[in-house]
Design a protein around this ligand. Structure first.
Ligand code: UFG
Length: 290
Protein backbone atom coordinates (compact mmCIF):
# COMPACT_ATOMS: atom_id res chain seq x y z
CA UNK A 1 0.00 0.00 0.00
CA UNK A 2 1.39 3.37 -1.01
CA UNK A 3 2.05 5.48 2.08
CA UNK A 4 2.54 8.80 0.37
CA UNK A 5 0.18 10.82 -1.78
CA UNK A 6 -0.15 14.38 -3.00
CA UNK A 7 -3.26 16.08 -1.59
CA UNK A 8 -3.89 17.51 -5.05
CA UNK A 9 -4.33 13.96 -6.36
CA UNK A 10 -8.00 13.30 -5.60
CA UNK A 11 -7.92 9.71 -6.84
CA UNK A 12 -4.97 8.86 -4.58
CA UNK A 13 -6.71 10.46 -1.60
CA UNK A 14 -9.89 8.53 -2.28
CA UNK A 15 -7.87 5.32 -2.40
CA UNK A 16 -6.36 6.06 1.02
CA UNK A 17 -9.75 6.71 2.62
CA UNK A 18 -11.27 3.69 0.88
CA UNK A 19 -8.49 1.39 2.10
CA UNK A 20 -8.47 2.48 5.76
CA UNK A 21 -10.97 3.15 8.49
CA UNK A 22 -9.79 6.68 9.26
CA UNK A 23 -10.96 8.02 12.57
CA UNK A 24 -9.14 11.36 12.70
CA UNK A 25 -6.89 13.35 10.43
CA UNK A 26 -4.06 15.71 11.39
CA UNK A 27 -3.64 17.98 8.39
CA UNK A 28 -0.08 19.35 8.32
CA UNK A 29 0.64 19.19 4.61
CA UNK A 30 1.32 22.68 3.28
CA UNK A 31 3.94 25.12 2.17
CA UNK A 32 4.87 27.56 4.92
CA UNK A 33 7.42 30.22 3.99
CA UNK A 34 6.29 33.83 3.97
CA UNK A 35 8.98 35.15 1.59
CA UNK A 36 8.60 32.24 -0.85
CA UNK A 37 4.84 32.73 -0.90
CA UNK A 38 5.27 36.22 -2.34
CA UNK A 39 7.35 34.71 -5.17
CA UNK A 40 5.15 31.68 -6.00
CA UNK A 41 1.68 32.63 -4.69
CA UNK A 42 -0.27 30.38 -7.06
CA UNK A 43 1.62 27.29 -5.90
CA UNK A 44 0.75 28.27 -2.33
CA UNK A 45 -2.97 28.49 -3.15
CA UNK A 46 -2.80 25.24 -5.10
CA UNK A 47 -1.02 23.22 -2.43
CA UNK A 48 -2.48 24.78 0.72
CA UNK A 49 -6.04 25.62 -0.33
CA UNK A 50 -6.79 23.07 -3.05
CA UNK A 51 -5.11 20.41 -0.91
CA UNK A 52 -7.43 21.20 1.98
CA UNK A 53 -10.53 21.24 -0.25
CA UNK A 54 -9.59 17.83 -1.63
CA UNK A 55 -8.97 16.43 1.83
CA UNK A 56 -12.39 17.58 3.04
CA UNK A 57 -14.07 16.21 -0.08
CA UNK A 58 -12.46 12.82 0.53
CA UNK A 59 -13.29 12.91 4.24
CA UNK A 60 -16.94 13.78 3.69
CA UNK A 61 -17.25 11.14 0.97
CA UNK A 62 -15.84 8.45 3.26
CA UNK A 63 -17.48 9.46 6.54
CA UNK A 64 -14.30 10.66 8.27
CA UNK A 65 -15.33 13.55 10.48
CA UNK A 66 -12.54 14.68 12.80
CA UNK A 67 -9.60 16.86 11.82
CA UNK A 68 -6.88 18.89 13.51
CA UNK A 69 -5.68 21.58 11.11
CA UNK A 70 -2.32 23.41 11.12
CA UNK A 71 -3.25 27.06 10.99
CA UNK A 72 -0.94 29.98 11.59
CA UNK A 73 -0.52 33.10 13.69
CA UNK A 74 0.39 34.87 10.46
CA UNK A 75 -3.31 35.28 9.72
CA UNK A 76 -3.43 38.07 12.36
CA UNK A 77 -1.08 40.09 10.15
CA UNK A 78 0.14 43.57 10.90
CA UNK A 79 -1.61 44.44 14.11
CA UNK A 80 -0.40 46.62 16.96
CA UNK A 81 -2.13 44.35 19.49
CA UNK A 82 0.01 42.33 21.92
CA UNK A 83 -0.81 39.60 22.78
CA UNK A 84 -3.24 38.30 20.16
CA UNK A 85 -6.33 36.32 21.03
CA UNK A 86 -8.42 34.20 18.72
CA UNK A 87 -11.19 36.82 18.45
CA UNK A 88 -8.84 39.46 17.11
CA UNK A 89 -9.53 40.30 13.48
CA UNK A 90 -7.59 38.53 10.75
CA UNK A 91 -5.50 40.74 8.48
CA UNK A 92 -3.22 38.33 6.61
CA UNK A 93 -0.29 40.24 5.08
CA UNK A 94 1.10 37.76 2.53
CA UNK A 95 -0.06 34.89 0.28
CA UNK A 96 0.98 32.18 2.78
CA UNK A 97 -1.08 33.80 5.55
CA UNK A 98 -4.03 34.28 3.18
CA UNK A 99 -3.99 30.57 2.28
CA UNK A 100 -4.22 29.66 5.98
CA UNK A 101 -7.02 32.17 6.53
CA UNK A 102 -8.93 30.84 3.51
CA UNK A 103 -8.54 27.31 4.86
CA UNK A 104 -10.06 28.33 8.20
CA UNK A 105 -12.98 29.87 6.31
CA UNK A 106 -13.51 26.84 4.13
CA UNK A 107 -13.36 24.62 7.22
CA UNK A 108 -16.08 26.79 8.78
CA UNK A 109 -18.20 26.50 5.62
CA UNK A 110 -17.68 22.73 5.55
CA UNK A 111 -18.73 22.47 9.20
CA UNK A 112 -21.88 24.49 8.47
CA UNK A 113 -22.80 22.05 5.68
CA UNK A 114 -21.69 18.87 7.49
CA UNK A 115 -22.60 19.37 11.17
CA UNK A 116 -21.09 16.00 12.08
CA UNK A 117 -17.57 17.40 11.46
CA UNK A 118 -15.36 18.23 14.45
CA UNK A 119 -12.49 20.50 13.46
CA UNK A 120 -9.81 22.13 15.58
CA UNK A 121 -7.59 24.72 13.89
CA UNK A 122 -4.37 25.30 15.82
CA UNK A 123 -2.85 28.68 15.04
CA UNK A 124 0.85 27.95 15.50
CA UNK A 125 3.03 30.83 16.43
CA UNK A 126 6.69 30.09 15.47
CA UNK A 127 7.67 26.44 16.00
CA UNK A 128 11.42 25.89 16.47
CA UNK A 129 13.64 23.38 18.27
CA UNK A 130 13.97 19.64 17.80
CA UNK A 131 13.29 16.41 19.66
CA UNK A 132 15.54 16.44 22.76
CA UNK A 133 17.18 13.18 21.60
CA UNK A 134 18.78 15.14 18.76
CA UNK A 135 17.42 12.54 16.33
CA UNK A 136 14.35 14.33 14.95
CA UNK A 137 14.77 17.86 13.67
CA UNK A 138 14.29 20.29 10.85
CA UNK A 139 16.16 19.62 7.60
CA UNK A 140 14.92 22.14 5.06
CA UNK A 141 15.54 21.59 1.37
CA UNK A 142 17.85 24.24 -0.08
CA UNK A 143 18.53 27.50 1.73
CA UNK A 144 16.34 27.69 4.86
CA UNK A 145 13.49 30.19 4.80
CA UNK A 146 12.99 30.32 8.56
CA UNK A 147 15.31 32.02 10.97
CA UNK A 148 16.36 29.22 13.36
CA UNK A 149 17.36 26.64 10.73
CA UNK A 150 19.29 29.40 8.95
CA UNK A 151 21.14 30.27 12.17
CA UNK A 152 21.87 26.59 12.80
CA UNK A 153 23.36 26.13 9.33
CA UNK A 154 25.59 29.18 9.88
CA UNK A 155 26.71 27.65 13.18
CA UNK A 156 27.84 24.42 11.47
CA UNK A 157 29.54 26.31 8.64
CA UNK A 158 27.12 25.44 5.82
CA UNK A 159 26.18 29.12 5.43
CA UNK A 160 28.39 32.11 6.10
CA UNK A 161 26.23 34.62 7.97
CA UNK A 162 22.65 35.11 9.10
CA UNK A 163 20.74 37.82 7.25
CA UNK A 164 18.70 39.78 9.79
CA UNK A 165 15.74 41.15 7.88
CA UNK A 166 15.29 44.71 9.12
CA UNK A 167 16.36 46.54 12.27
CA UNK A 168 13.94 49.43 11.93
CA UNK A 169 10.74 47.77 13.12
CA UNK A 170 8.83 49.34 16.01
CA UNK A 171 10.23 46.76 18.46
CA UNK A 172 12.69 47.23 21.37
CA UNK A 173 15.81 46.43 19.27
CA UNK A 174 14.27 47.09 15.83
CA UNK A 175 14.26 43.43 14.71
CA UNK A 176 11.12 41.30 14.27
CA UNK A 177 9.57 39.83 17.42
CA UNK A 178 7.96 36.38 17.37
CA UNK A 179 6.45 33.96 19.89
CA UNK A 180 8.72 30.93 19.43
CA UNK A 181 7.24 27.61 20.57
CA UNK A 182 9.10 24.32 21.02
CA UNK A 183 8.13 21.69 18.44
CA UNK A 184 7.58 19.21 21.27
CA UNK A 185 4.99 21.60 22.74
CA UNK A 186 3.39 21.80 19.28
CA UNK A 187 3.30 17.99 19.20
CA UNK A 188 1.79 17.84 22.71
CA UNK A 189 -0.80 20.42 21.65
CA UNK A 190 -1.93 18.11 18.83
CA UNK A 191 -2.21 15.13 21.14
CA UNK A 192 -4.37 17.13 23.53
CA UNK A 193 -6.43 18.51 20.62
CA UNK A 194 -7.13 14.97 19.39
CA UNK A 195 -8.39 14.07 22.87
CA UNK A 196 -10.79 17.04 22.74
CA UNK A 197 -12.13 16.69 19.19
CA UNK A 198 -15.30 15.06 20.42
CA UNK A 199 -16.05 17.78 23.00
CA UNK A 200 -17.90 19.77 20.35
CA UNK A 201 -18.83 19.63 16.69
CA UNK A 202 -18.00 22.41 14.25
CA UNK A 203 -14.86 24.52 13.95
CA UNK A 204 -12.89 25.69 16.99
CA UNK A 205 -9.79 27.84 16.75
CA UNK A 206 -6.93 27.93 19.29
CA UNK A 207 -3.62 29.77 19.47
CA UNK A 208 -0.57 27.57 20.04
CA UNK A 209 2.06 29.85 21.53
CA UNK A 210 3.84 30.65 24.78
CA UNK A 211 2.70 34.24 25.33
CA UNK A 212 6.33 35.46 25.30
CA UNK A 213 8.11 37.18 22.41
CA UNK A 214 11.77 37.25 21.35
CA UNK A 215 13.41 39.45 18.73
CA UNK A 216 15.70 38.04 16.05
CA UNK A 217 18.70 39.38 17.97
CA UNK A 218 17.43 37.89 21.26
CA UNK A 219 16.95 34.52 19.58
CA UNK A 220 20.43 34.79 18.08
CA UNK A 221 21.90 35.56 21.52
CA UNK A 222 20.17 32.53 23.07
CA UNK A 223 21.21 30.23 20.23
CA UNK A 224 24.79 31.55 20.44
CA UNK A 225 24.82 30.51 24.12
CA UNK A 226 23.82 26.97 23.12
CA UNK A 227 26.49 26.81 20.40
CA UNK A 228 29.23 28.43 22.47
CA UNK A 229 30.86 30.37 19.62
CA UNK A 230 29.77 33.60 17.91
CA UNK A 231 27.43 33.39 14.90
CA UNK A 232 28.09 36.01 12.21
CA UNK A 233 25.08 38.07 11.09
CA UNK A 234 24.38 41.08 8.91
CA UNK A 235 21.47 43.51 9.03
CA UNK A 236 19.65 43.57 5.70
CA UNK A 237 16.51 45.17 4.26
CA UNK A 238 13.13 44.04 5.53
CA UNK A 239 11.73 40.87 3.95
CA UNK A 240 8.54 41.23 1.86
CA UNK A 241 5.44 40.16 3.75
CA UNK A 242 6.98 40.35 7.26
CA UNK A 243 5.24 42.03 10.19
CA UNK A 244 6.92 43.56 13.27
CA UNK A 245 5.49 41.54 16.17
CA UNK A 246 3.35 38.42 16.70
CA UNK A 247 2.77 37.16 20.25
CA UNK A 248 0.04 34.75 21.37
CA UNK A 249 -2.46 35.07 24.13
CA UNK A 250 -2.40 31.34 25.04
CA UNK A 251 -5.35 31.70 27.44
CA UNK A 252 -8.10 30.01 25.42
CA UNK A 253 -6.35 26.65 25.15
CA UNK A 254 -5.48 26.75 28.85
CA UNK A 255 -9.04 27.56 29.87
CA UNK A 256 -10.51 24.90 27.56
CA UNK A 257 -8.08 22.04 28.11
CA UNK A 258 -5.99 23.01 31.15
CA UNK A 259 -2.93 22.79 28.90
CA UNK A 260 -0.02 25.15 28.32
CA UNK A 261 3.46 24.99 26.84
CA UNK A 262 6.31 23.93 29.14
CA UNK A 263 9.58 24.50 27.20
CA UNK A 264 11.40 27.86 27.14
CA UNK A 265 13.65 29.55 24.57
CA UNK A 266 16.79 28.06 26.18
CA UNK A 267 15.44 24.52 25.67
CA UNK A 268 14.33 25.34 22.12
CA UNK A 269 17.83 26.55 21.19
CA UNK A 270 19.66 23.74 23.02
CA UNK A 271 17.53 21.08 21.33
CA UNK A 272 17.79 22.67 17.88
CA UNK A 273 21.56 22.87 18.24
CA UNK A 274 21.85 19.25 19.43
CA UNK A 275 20.08 18.09 16.27
CA UNK A 276 22.17 20.29 13.97
CA UNK A 277 25.45 19.33 15.70
CA UNK A 278 24.64 15.61 15.43
CA UNK A 279 23.37 16.00 11.85
CA UNK A 280 25.41 18.82 10.30
CA UNK A 281 24.16 17.86 6.84
CA UNK A 282 20.64 17.01 7.93
CA UNK A 283 19.22 13.67 6.90
CA UNK A 284 21.61 13.24 3.98
CA UNK A 285 21.95 9.60 4.95
CA UNK A 286 18.17 9.06 4.97
CA UNK A 287 15.12 9.87 7.09
CA UNK A 288 15.08 9.37 10.88
CA UNK A 289 14.45 5.87 12.14
CA UNK A 290 12.81 6.87 15.49
N1 UFG B 1 14.29 36.34 9.79
C1 UFG B 1 15.57 36.85 9.66
N2 UFG B 1 16.45 36.16 8.89
C2 UFG B 1 16.14 35.00 8.25
C3 UFG B 1 14.83 34.49 8.39
C4 UFG B 1 13.92 35.19 9.16
O1 UFG B 1 15.89 37.91 10.23
O2 UFG B 1 17.00 34.44 7.57
C5 UFG B 1 13.34 37.04 10.69
C6 UFG B 1 12.03 37.40 10.04
O3 UFG B 1 12.15 38.66 9.40
C7 UFG B 1 11.08 37.40 11.25
C8 UFG B 1 11.65 36.30 12.14
O4 UFG B 1 13.00 36.14 11.74
O5 UFG B 1 11.16 38.62 11.92
C9 UFG B 1 10.93 34.98 12.00
O6 UFG B 1 10.92 34.62 10.63
P1 UFG B 1 10.60 33.12 10.16
O7 UFG B 1 10.77 33.07 8.68
O8 UFG B 1 11.41 32.16 10.95
O9 UFG B 1 9.10 32.88 10.57
P2 UFG B 1 7.80 33.80 10.26
O10 UFG B 1 7.56 34.70 11.41
O11 UFG B 1 7.90 34.36 8.89
O12 UFG B 1 6.65 32.75 10.39
C10 UFG B 1 6.31 31.86 9.39
C11 UFG B 1 4.82 31.66 9.49
C12 UFG B 1 4.44 30.94 10.75
C13 UFG B 1 5.22 29.69 10.85
C14 UFG B 1 6.69 30.02 10.79
C15 UFG B 1 7.53 28.79 10.87
O13 UFG B 1 4.18 32.91 9.50
O14 UFG B 1 3.07 30.61 10.68
O15 UFG B 1 6.98 30.67 9.57
O16 UFG B 1 7.23 27.97 9.81
F1 UFG B 1 4.95 29.10 12.04
Amino acid sequence: MKRQADLRDRAALDAVFAAHEIDSVIHFAAKKAVGESTRIPLEYYDINVTGTVNLLLAMTRHGARRVVFSSSCSIYGETPKVPLDEDDPAAPANPYARTKYLCEQLLADACARYPELSVIALRYFNPIGAHPSGEIGEDPTGVPNNVLPYMAQVAVGRLTELPVFGDDYPTPDGTGVRDYIHVSDVADGHRVALDHLDDEQGLRVFNLGTGTGASVLELLAEFTKAVGTPIPYRIQARRAGDVPTLIADPGRVERAWGWRTTRDLTAMCADAWRFQRLHPNGYSSGPPTV
